[in-house]
Write a protein that binds this ligand. Structure first.
Ligand SMILES: C[S@@+](CC[C@H](N)C(=O)[O-])C[C@H]1O[C@@H](n2cnc3c(N)ncnc32)[C@H](O)[C@@H]1O
Length: 231
């Protein structure tokens, strides 16, 4: 946090994700959405299996988790991927991820998604669970998605709040007003016509009707297709 000057939106959010104790941090902000830790764990399984299925993730893939939190989703996706690079800008959640969910094929790395050059990672599949709404602008989000999909890669933007979820929603853990980005399907489809919405189905989840997932499936690479045919 800066000392003395006004605190900007970005700094506020950074402190929300950093200044918390380990057990609360491990809820990744979803504590108000579920009745129990088991229900939360079930949801992470649904999210991870949806990402793996929709992006067609296999052992050949290097996948990027954008805003990985404490690694709950990354550690599940890593069961199917070759390699996962999991990025976050909170030192707190990265430490917990490394302590509680270390995996040989996950690399947890510090990065601010507003400025980090994700193209340099050389991965062609990425996902973000509940993190894009905290970025500086919709333009940053669109640029991130474009980086992965412009050459036929895949992207899963999971748990996007739609425009009916108010920005000044009171939060149990803080009385400050925090604003987050809201998303609408039309804008996303305008930019990414190949994308489609995947809705929650059986998941018990607060505001499930007002949050959605937007998925752009990777194009099949000729070499991958021929590899598959050869079995
Ligand atoms: C709601 S949590 C979700 C965490 C994780 N994806 C999950 O589902 O368990 C949002 C995460 O996004 C991260 N985040 C928000 N803004 C970010 C930014 N600009 N750069 C990197 N990470 C960011 C936060 O630190 C936090 O860990």
């Amino acid at each position: 946090m800066s000392v003395g000057g006004p605190v900007g939106r970005g700094e506020r959010w950074h402190s929300v994700w950093t200044d918390r104790d380990d057990d609360r941090a491990d809820w990744n902000g979803f504590e108000a959405c579920f009745e129990s830790a088991d229900a939360y764990a079930d949801w992470t399984k649904w999210i991870a299996s949806t990402i793996v299925r929709e992006l067609g993730i296999t052992r050949r893939d290097h996948v990027v988790d954008l805003g990985c939190g404490t690694g709950r989703i990354a550690s599940l996706v890593a069961d199917d991927a070759g390699r996962v690079t999991a990025l976050d800008y909170s030192e707190t959640v990265l430490r917990i991820a490394q302590e509680r969910r270390p995996r040989d094929n996950i690399s947890y790395r510090h990065a601010d998604l507003n400025t980090f050059d994700v193209a340099a990672l050389g991965a062609d599949k990425a996902y973000a669970v509940g993190s894009l709404l905290y970025l500086d602008s919709l333009a940053v989000v669109l640029r991130l998605i474009t980086t992965f999909v412009r050459d036929g890669g895949g992207f899963a933007a999971m748990d996007l709040p739609d425009v009916t979820i108010r920005d000044d929603m009171p939060r149990a853990y803080d009385t400050s007003t925090y604003t987050h980005l809201a998303f609408d399907v039309n804008t996303l489809t305008e930019h990414f016509p190949e994308g489609r919405v995947v809705r929650y189905d059986t998941m018990k989840y607060a505001h499930a009707d007002r949050r959605f997932n937007f998925v752009i499936t990777a194009a099949t690479k000729p070499d991958a297709a021929s590899h598959d045919r050869q079995g």
